[in-house]
Design a protein around this ligand. Structure first.
Ligand code: NAI
Ligand code: MG
Length: 498
């Protein structure tokens, strides 16, 4: 891939930040790992080391959890809901002020196109903080009429913060996932220890500086960089953590549940998916075809809700597959910092290997790549947009989450058949439906076992709209007011008054 004049100049403050000495945020201070160890974060467009960051481990998690506990029992409690809301709002403002910087950091560390980070990841993170800022003053209990014979009672409920929340996030939307986790926890009045993904630690470390600038009391937010098996596992098992929120693979989600059993901390999980995207013959194909392409190719398919199983009604199957393939063929691959790039590299050499492994298994099991099917170039972790046909339900590429730009396209005959097929994986995160027939759309939406159903659209996110999974795609919901359930406990107070 040759470089061109559309490559954006790295901002001086980004250069300085990326090459600087990185520190984690613990107890209101920017610190190195207790062990003094660091580990590299790579630029996935080149495979070269981008930065060295602290390798936080159990000891750092212990320090962070103690700091969060002190903050929760102490200063954070004295902060009024209105002040909490203002702090969260301010954090959103600060991110917006540094939007270009965050977009570049995200692009360098994760590989995604800087232009996409600038219009999606960063503004969505800002919006999320703004939306959650509003909830800080609106978390209310109820008064409850009792029917206990012979007594006069006043009963009411209080919604209280669950306490110290441990949060573990992945690398596909590093800043945005931090926002999804921090926003509601802080609105609810929790103190937080956030363990970010080892592949993409930089934007969260930059965020740590802004959290200090916003003026959060020491220990309310702690950010630890380190590996999943060490720092992540220590956080999930920590007896001083009241609640753990995890986003990542279903496999690790199950480990989190086991680790949480020790002190029965509350658990919420946002896990993998294999989302069906259903195109009926009466759909507006001018919209459905690019829609189905972006459902899988957005963020290089590294979305938990990617529309990776494309079901197309038989009579339009060839047309839709050709259309999606044409869209895929035209996608320009390149480094994220090139403004002409439409798809960057996968995040890591491990993901490159995983996705290529799935492509090989698809080939062996008899699937046919209409486009793509292989790695692109020798440098960086690029994979060609891929459309597979002749896919059978028994194949791994049909059942398992690939997390790359790979869609399996299958024909179907009627709504009953496609409903059964759509629901047949272990996952239930999202689904898409494309049709002009509103009763068909709504009745299928009702029968799909998925936490989000998009009709005549896909990948539409809003801080107000709950997101999460049925079945093995998770527990609980992110965003909307529903996410506050994850971070609050209900206390019933009952007073005899007569
Ligand atoms: P992962 O589930 O291992 O990593 C996600 C987060 O969990 C990271 O912060 C990691 O450090 C942490 N983690 C890993 N092992 C842990 C443990 N034992 N205890 C506590 N925390 C732990 O995902 P990975 O390996 O990066 O990607 C593998 C596959 O997972 C992908 O190919 C994709 O299928 C899926 N995935 C799904 C995501 C989603 O948004 N639902 C996001 C990232 C990956
Ligand atoms: Mg990286």
């Amino acid at each position: 891939m040759e470089t061109s004049s559309t490559v954006v100049e790295t901002l001086p403050q980004v250069k300085e930040f990326v090459s600087g000495r990185h520190k984690m945020l613990i107890d209101g201070k920017l610190v190195e790992a207790a062990s003094g160890k660091t580990f590299p974060s790579y630029n996935p467009a080149t495979g070269e080391v981008l930065a060295e960051v602290p390798e936080g481990d159990k000891e750092d998690i212990d320090r962070a959890v103690s700091a969060a506990r002190r903050a929760f029992e102490g200063r954070w409690r004295q902060v009024t809901p209105s002040e909490r809301g203002q702090l969260i709002w301010k954090l959103g403002e600060l991110i917006e002020k540094h939007a270009d910087e965050f977009a570049q950091i995200e692009s360098l560390d994760n590989g995604k196109p800087v232009a996409v980070a600038r219009v999606a990841d960063v503004p969505l993170a800002v919006d999320l903080f703004r939306y959650m800022a509003g909830w800080a003053t609106k978390i209310e209990g109820n008064t409850i009429p009792l029917s206990v014979p012979g007594g006069g009672y006043l009963a009411y409920t209080l919604r209280e913060p669950v306490g110290v929340a441990g949060q573990i996030i992945p690398w596909n939307f590093p800043l945005l996932m931090a926002a999804w986790k921090l926003g509601p926890a802080l609105a609810a009045g929790c103190a937080v220890v956030l363990k970010v993904a080892e592949q993409t630690p930089l934007s969260a470390l930059r965020l740590g500086g802004l959290i200090q600038e916003a003026g959060f009391p020491a220990g309310v937010v702690n950010i630890v960089t380190g590996f999943g098996e060490t720092a992540g596992a220590a956080l999930a098992a920590h007896p001083g953590v009241d609640k753990i929120a995890f986003t990542g693979s279903t496999e690790v989600g199950k480990l989190i549940v086991q680790a949480a059993a020790g002190n029965l901390k509350k658990v919420s999980l946002e896990l993998g998916g294999k989302s069906p995207n259903v195109v009926f013959k009466d759909a507006d194909l001018e919209v459905a075809i690019p829609g189905a392409a972006s459902a899988i190719f957005f963020n290089h398919g590294q979305c938990c809700c990617a529309g990776s199983r494309l079901y197309v009604e038989k009579s339009v199957f060839d047309k839709v597959v050709e259309g999606v393939a044409e869209q895929g063929k035209q996608i320009k691959l390149g480094p994220g910092m090139d403004l002409s790039t439409q798809m960057g590299p996968l995040v890591s050499s491990e993901q490159l290997e995983r996705v290529c492994g799935y492509l090989a298994s698809g080939r062996q099991e008899g699937a046919k790549a209409v486009i793509g099917g292989q790695r692109v170039g020798e440098r960086g972790y690029f994979v060609a947009p891929t459309v597979l046909t002749e896919v059978k339900p028994s194949m791994k590429v049909y059942q398992e989450e690939i997390f790359g730009p790979v869609v399996a396209a299958m024909p179907f005959s009627d709504a009953r058949e496609v409903e059964a097929a759509a629901n047949e994986t272990i996952y239930g995160l999202a689904a898409g439906i494309w049709t002009r027939d509103i009763s068909k759309a709504h009745s299928l939406a009702e029968r799909l076992r998925a936490g989000t159903v998009w009709i005549n659209c896909f990948n539409v996110f809003d801080a107000a709209l709950p997101f999460g999974g049925y079945k093995q795609s998770g527990w609980g919901r992110e965003m909307g007011h529903e996410v506050l359930e994850n971070y609050t406990e209900t206390k019933s107070v009952c007073v005899r008054i007569k």
